[in-house]
Design a binder for this molecule. Structure first.
Ligand SMILES: [Zn+2]
Ligand SMILES: [Zn+2]
Length: 246
């Protein structure tokens, strides 16, 4: 693989406390939200996409509120979104009223038509596209998964990976699925198995030393971190939005 900027980005992001792919993808989202606030609050294309997405998802909308100087941008954009939602909601309410009135009269709408109408209105209120920040996170994940899969044959990369937390399980599965060099795959499986065994031992020791009989034994830093690290391995970094949830 060509040792390009993506390779160096992943290499530098390998760390004992986090998954490199989560870390880089969250950085991309942060840059995306920054760019949105400072460059695209009044951009008509972005606004159209935001309306189709019904604003940002819960994770990213709240992240936006915590960003520096975000209040004015949020006020401008969400005022527009609110007007659009009110239109859609009023139309939905009008449909529901028509259905309810029809049911009372038992003439205008049969049960089947009610169902069709409810589905149409439901679809209309649903997001017509994913959250824009989720989209940027997912694209970053795809780039970084491919870059990681291509970097696994590099000796320096391997050494740094072995000293890191490794990948969270969703990203480990994605990298395993996209790596096609047998030697790299074999190394990845061996390395991750080793990291998981170390974590298992850390958890066992952490638990054992909580017993009063062993209270005098000092809990190491790695053992103390093991219970949050294992959660990290399962679900990745806080703030990640996995595709199925988006
Ligand atoms: Zn991850
Ligand atoms: Zn989102």
């Amino acid at each position: 693989m060509q040792r390009d900027a993506l390779f160096h980005g992943i290499y530098r992001a390998l760390h004992p406390d986090h998954c490199a792919i989560c870390h880089l993808s969250l950085e991309t989202v942060e840059r995306y939200l920054w760019g949105f606030l400072y460059e695209r609050v009044n951009d008509p294309w972005t606004r159209t996409d935001l309306i189709a997405a019904r604003g940002f998802c819960s994770t990213h909308a709240w992240q936006l509120t915590r960003a520096r100087d975000s209040a004015t941008g949020i006020a401008i954009v969400y005022r527009h979104l609110l007007e659009d939602f009110l239109d859609a909601f009023s139309a939905m309410a009008a449909h529901r009223l028509a259905v309810a009135a029809g049911r009372r009269r038992r003439t205008l709408f049969g049960p089947q038509n009610e169902e069709v109408l409810a589905r149409e209105v439901g679809q209309w209120l649903e997001r017509r596209r994913p959250c824009l920040a989720c989209q940027s996170q997912w694209e970053a994940e795809d780039r970084n998964v491919a870059a990681t899969a291509g970097a696994l044959d590099d000796a320096d990369f391997r050494a740094r990976y072995e000293a890191s937390l490794g990948l969270c399980f969703p990203h480990l599965i994605a990298v395993t699925a996209s790596a096609d060099d047998p030697d790299s795959l074999e190394w990845l499986v061996r390395t991750e198995r080793g990291l998981m065994e170390t974590l298992t031992q850390g958890l066992a020791e952490f638990w054992r030393k909580h017993d009063y009989r062993f209270h005098h034994e000092k809990i190491t830093e790695a053992e103390a971190a093991s219970w949050t690290r294992v959660v990290y391995k399962f679900v990745g970094a806080p703030g990640m939005v996995w595709r199925a949830q988006g």
